[in-house]
Ligand binder design. Structure first.
Ligand SMILES: CC[C@H](C(=O)O)C(=O)SCCNC(=O)CCNC(=O)[C@H](O)C(C)(C)COP(=O)(O)OP(=O)(O)OC[C@H]1O[C@@H](n2cnc3c(N)ncnc32)[C@H](O)[C@@H]1OP(=O)(O)O
Ligand SMILES: [Co+2]
Length: 134
């Protein structure tokens, strides 16, 4: 069911400093900051030959990553995103297996203008999983 690794997301306390680290020290191609108010984050994409890194910083008072950063003030890997061919079929199969789909269970449009869903980290080895429709 899961396919390509679409991205690994890192929650960061300082987006500008994180972009300088990836774009300068690590010599990667980084995007400008992109506000994603519907997701409560500002994102910078780091383009790699085989996948992407998403640098995330909270946006607004209701950011879903604020708690994570409070627990991990230096930042940390926040989630991994796998591609699926059919996100609704994947959702239904996962729900039938007892996995918790976060939110109202309906896919939302993510940062790559594709439908995305999130699965509870406690059901997947302490790892927050995002599924993105390929
Ligand atoms: C712009 C879109 C972009 C894209 O398209 O790629 C994005 O990726 S947007 C990314 C931001 N959006 C989300 O993350 C949505 C899904 N996330 C959530 O709904 C919350 O973050 C949630 C429910 C996973 C965690 O919420 P909260 O931090 O408030 O903590 P809880 O007390 O509810 O956590 C319960 C339990 O889970 C542990 N936890 C929390 N976050 C993570 C994590 N990222 N990785 C691993 N574990 C996590 C937390 O420590 C609690 O554990 P416990 O042992 O019970 O203390
Ligand atoms: Co993501």
């Amino acid at each position: 069911m899961i396919g390509r690794l679409n991205h690994v997301a890192i929650a960061v306390p300082d987006l500008k400093a994180a972009a300088a680290l990836y774009g300068g020290t690590l010599g990667a191609k980084v995007s400008a900051p992109i506000a994603q108010p519907k997701h409560g984050v500002t994102v910078i994409f780091v383009e790699l030959p085989n996948t992407k890194i998403e640098l995330l910083h909270p946006l607004g008072d209701e950011s879903p990553i604020a708690g994570f950063l409070a627990r991990n003030p230096s930042g940390g890997i926040h989630h991994v995103c796998y591609e699926v061919d059919d996100i609704l079929a994947a959702r239904d199969r996962l729900k039938a297996s007892g996995a918790r789909v976060l939110g109202d269970g309906e896919p939302k449009i993510g940062a790559h203008d594709k439908p995305v869903l999130f699965l509870h980290p406690k059901d997947f080895l302490g790892t927050l999983i995002e599924l993105e429709q390929a």
